[in-house]
Design a protein around this ligand. Sequence first.
Ligand code: MRU
Length: 369
Amino acid sequence: MKVTHQGKSRHYRTVWFDKASNRVRLIEQRLLPHKFKVVSTADYRETARAITDMIVRGAGAIGAAAAYGLAQGARAYRRGGLKAFERHLAKVHHTLAEARPTAVDPLNAMHGMLAQMTGDTVAERQQQALTAAEQFAEDDVAHCEALGQHGEQLIHEGARVLTHCNAGWLAFVDVGSATAPMYAAQANGKSFHVFCDETRPRSQGAILTAWELAQQGIAHDIIADNAAGHFMQLGEIDLVITGSDRVLGRTGEVANKIGTYTKAVLAKRHGIPFYVAIPLSTIDWELESGQAIPIEERDEDEVLSAWGVTPSGRRQQMRLANPSSNARNPAFDVTPPELITGIITPLGIFKPRQLWKHRAKLGQAATIC
Ligand code: MRU
């Protein structure tokens, strides 16, 4: 999307690949909104570390980062034959797959790539890896644009939309999932208002979604996580749109940022439609139960403290909590299908339990990735 930085506007993607240097380039999301910086990773291990440390985050963006990381690792292979190349690639795949466990997009991206790397020589497979990674990134953008067109109809003139965490363009290669209907509605001349849940502990809503919406000139307010029920009770929220890190095709269960389940319960209580917007790479067709989704538990320090910027512009960590207390920090939760009005996909809006019935269509398009 367009970023206005130091008075200049330029189009950026969150992640891209530089063929000449074999480096993955990433927007350093931990510095936003205070500083806009692009960083690069020298090898696949650094790319995996950038995913773990959340330089790049969000299901689609880490899917693309993993895809480029796999291509990066494949292209760095210099010696030996096809068998040794396959062993090397298995190690690269393992490292990238382990970087963050909950989002399925990195696994789907790399799975799709490996299926396309069928050449007879190492050189052919290296080229196929790069082509497939670029294709995944292009598909991610195309899927987000297409789902935006389907979701746009849900945003009526004057609508007040709640979103949680950041499922904007920073969470994908471009455009975003939850934000795609918003950007499409804006392009169609609609005015509407967005409530951004702050999304503790890492505050992706207050930091990233609010920055994105401000950059695009969309009216919004940041609200504390605990305020959403109050605004629903007052009749100030018309619909909720979130993203997801993994939607189970078999059951319609949705894993997303911690706090999503709470918002879905509240929405149900108040009769407010609750939608989840995803590209097809976010569907997991294998798992049979939401209980089997690996929920990442991150460092307790994220809950016990907060990061901010001093008046002089220095990024600083502040301890918030009682010094002798420990914390639990699950990064995601699982929302059951009965709380979800619809899943907004590039191929239309589906009831969560109908995904399985449409798996031929949805699954086939996903494997293009
Ligand atoms: O921990 P993050 O920032 O990578 O988590 C991202 C989310 O959970 C977002 O809420 C989003 O909806 C899913 S990623 C598109």
